[in-house]
Write a new protein. Structure first.
Length: 173
């Protein structure tokens, strides 16, 4: 569980880094467009290499807003990575919406080998969990590699705010 949380935090840091790169790159591209403009004489205007940021406060504000936006998309996961069943339909497994989250969520489970949806939960409030679930179609004895998609939803209960995909193995004894 801690590994998943660490992975989510690392992912957020990467997203923040990419956003900073994109913002700075767009400014550089805008500057390059401006350098190609010509004056009436037809000569190209060179970009001043001594130009510096004069409004550090605005730059910091933009960075802070990006960090806050990235935090809104973060999701704490509480789950077991294996679900066990003796009948191929009813599985025991903790799947929770952590108290650290800001949104209600629902989960969708897909078999990796067929990409078929085999379970969809109802809305799970913050701080609540599912300890068992029933799949749509009975599974034969064996181990099934699946992907569980956590979907955080806005207050309207229909707009997906964020998604995270994690692995979940179903074991039928």
């Amino acid at each position: 569980m801690k590994v998943i949380l660490i992975a989510v935090i690392i992912l957020l840091l990467i997203v923040i880094g990419v956003l900073v790169f994109v913002v700075l790159n767009k400014k550089e591209q805008a500057a390059q467009v401006q350098t190609s403009e010509t004056v009436n004489s037809g000569t190209e205007i060179a970009y001043d290499t001594g130009a510096v940021v004069t409004d550090e406060e605005s730059l910091q504000k933009a960075y802070d807003e990006m960090v806050e936006k990235a935090k809104e998309g973060s999701m704490a996961l509480e789950m077991k990575t294996e679900a066990i069943s003796s009948d191929g339909e009813n599985f025991e497994c903790k799947l929770a919406n952590s108290v650290k989250n800001k949104y209600d969520m629902y989960m969708v489970l897909y078999r990796d080998d067929t990409q078929e949806e085999i379970y969809r939960s109802g809305l799970i409030p913050i701080g609540k969990e599912i300890s068992s679930f029933k799949v749509n179609k009975k599974l034969e004895k064996g181990t099934y590699v699946c992907t569980l998609v956590y979907n955080q939803v806005e207050d309207d209960h229909s707009t997906v705010h964020a998604q995270v995909n994690v692995g979940l193995n179903l074991i039928v004894d």
